[in-house]
Design a protein around this ligand. Structure first.
Ligand code: SAM
Length: 293
């Protein structure tokens, strides 16, 4: 099941890079007719084999500081993060988007601020910070010194302007007219103008999801992974920032949530996971979905 490492040398031609990518994929798991490439290995190695500008959308979530131990095997630090951010910029198409779901640990009484540092680093490598969205979920643990920690960030980075924007719409309440106050600076007078409201408007940038048993996913196997995001979160970003047939990447796919959503939404998917147990969970979960179970 393991993917062989490939050493893409700096300065290699595009064709050589593509050849190496195909070689790496020869160890992939392809499921049915679905275009899903599940790669077991370190995303820093494996992403170097993905051709430049070939990914439309990334929906991913890194380890959050040291909040989870991930089978006590994971090495996660700033150098690894910067390597991943740089690779993401290289593989993303012009107009492509990266959704980075992240939160901070509190260490010695202070939040680390790693999320913000990461967001600024994404800007340094060339991404636009298109939006800072909130994933609103109920906290699992409460504290006596802080308000309930009910959200994580969902940073939306784009390489230039996003080429695909399909904003989820919600109903406006009420539907009737609304008085807008208009101030005329020269005459220092105020007028009122009635503007008819639309029936729908784009959703707020706070997405609320129930999580935990049977909410994040119906697949019980996925809960063996300690830090999944809800299937609906992946679904909502995939429909917002990509079209059918587009290529979606999750370089740290954990239990494969982004892959499952891609399968439901007819997107191509490249998923990479380093930990063999989580990789197994992801493959089983996606295989089960492919077989309609
Ligand atoms: C927050 S979890 C992702 C969970 C995923 N979004 C889901 O819904 O299941 C982060 C994952 O990144 C994986 N990971 C960390 N470093 C990695 C690396 N260098 N290459 C590939 N995977 C890595 C961890 O093993 C872990 O499963």
């Amino acid at each position: 099941m393991g993917a062989e490492k490939s050493s893409a040398d700096v300065g290699e031609g595009k064709h050589e890079q593509e050849r190496k990518f195909r070689e790496a994929l020869s160890t992939e798991i392809s499921i049915g007719d679905a275009l899903l490439k599940l790669l077991h290995g370190d995303c820093l190695d494996l992403m170097s084999d993905i051709p430049d500008g070939s990914v439309d959308l990334t929906v991913t979530s890194p380890p959050y500081d040291n909040l989870r131990t991930y089978n006590n095997k994971l090495v996660w630090n700033w150098e690894i993060f910067t390597g991943i951010a740089e690779q993401l910029f290289r593989v993303t198409k012009n107009g492509g988007v990266v959704v980075w779901v992240v939160g901070d640990a509190t260490i010695k009484g202070s939040e680390t601020g790693t999320s913000f540092r990461q967001a600024l680093y994404f800007k340094d490598v060339g991404f636009n910070l298109h939006d800072t969205m909130i994933y609103n979920r109920y906290a699992q643990f409460t504290s006596n010194v802080r308000y309930s920690q009910d959200f994580e960030y969902m940073f939306i980075f784009s390489k230039d302007k996003p080429k695909t924007i399909n904003l989820i719409q919600t109903k406006c309440k009420p539907h009737g007219g609304n008085n807008f106050k208009l101030w005329n600076r020269d005459s220092n007078t105020i007028k009122y103008r009635t503007v008819k409201r639309n029936k729908i408007k784009p959703h707020s940038n706070i997405f609320k999801y129930n999580r935990g048993n049977n909410h994040s996913t119906k697949d019980k196997n996925a809960y063996k992974h300690p830090a999944t995001f809800p299937e609906l979160l992946a679904h909502d970003h995939i429909i917002s920032w990509s079209n059918e047939g587009d290529t979606v990447l999750d370089p740290m796919m954990g239990s494969g949530t982004t892959g499952v959503a891609c399968l439901n939404l007819n997107r191509r998917f490249i998923g990479i996971e380093k930990d063999p147990e989580y990789f197994k969970i992801a493959t089983e979960r996606i295989e089960k979905k492919t077989n309609g179970k």
